[in-house]
Write a protein that binds this ligand. Structure first.
Ligand SMILES: NC(=O)c1ccc[n+]([C@@H]2O[C@H](COP(=O)([O-])OP(=O)(O)OC[C@H]3O[C@@H](n4cnc5c(N)ncnc54)[C@H](O)[C@@H]3O)[C@@H](O)[C@H]2O)c1
Length: 152
């Protein structure tokens, strides 16, 4: 178990990459505090983790508001009394509709299509490594997890 008993807050844990991170961390022994702005999604993922015999707390809140961040911290402290890792996964991701896309957006498409898309589990494994004792001498590093996309 690579993150045994590490209390880990994961924002946006109700779907996609955040869900994959939550499942992976729980599997590796973390005590996870899931955050999502959508209660139903959060409950689904916390239910999945608990059904596998691992603890999971849910803090429903939007992380862009200060009260949201405070609430998540409160839930974590009340449940586990400490916080070791914060995975800041949820963020506004601007996606334009087809009508609103500009020429430069379309020009990026063929380049993007040359490579495969990443799997949520691949991002989760990178986050797991950084939170584990294997990364004990790494601080403030930026780790690109993009299959080489930004190198082009
Ligand atoms: N999927 C990609 O290809 C990709 C690429 C680059 C960056 N990202 C970034 O990775 C993160 C996760 O992406 P994803 O594809 O898993 O997204 P997703 O839409 O599948 O899941 C995001 C989750 O976050 C929740 N959420 C949204 N806003 C929130 C808020 N303010 N507070 C709390 N929860 C909130 C949503 O309810 C949802 O459950 C995002 O920050 C995104 O910008 C994703």
């Amino acid at each position: 178990m690579r993150v045994r008993d590490k209390v880990t807050i994961i924002s946006g844990a109700g779907a996609g990459i955040g869900e994959a991170i939550a499942l992976r961390f729980a599997e590796e022994g973390a005590l996870v505090v899931l955050n999502d702005v959508r209660r139903e999604s959060g409950e689904q993922v916390s239910g999945k983790i608990r059904s596998r015999g691992r603890p999971a707390e849910l803090a429903v809140a939007g992380i862009s508001q200060e009260e949201g961040a405070r609430w998540i911290t409160e839930v974590a402290m009340k449940a586990f009394g400490r916080i070791a890792v914060v995975v800041n996964n949820a963020a506004d991701f601007t996606q334009k509709g087809i009508e609103a896309a500009e020429r430069s957006d379309w020009e990026r498409v063929p380049r993007h299509m040359l490579k495969r898309l990443g799997e949520p589990a691949e991002v989760a494994n990178a986050a797991l490594f950084l939170a584990s004792d294997e990364a004990s001498f790494i601080t403030g590093a930026h780790l690109m997890v993009d299959g080489g996309y930004t190198a082009h």
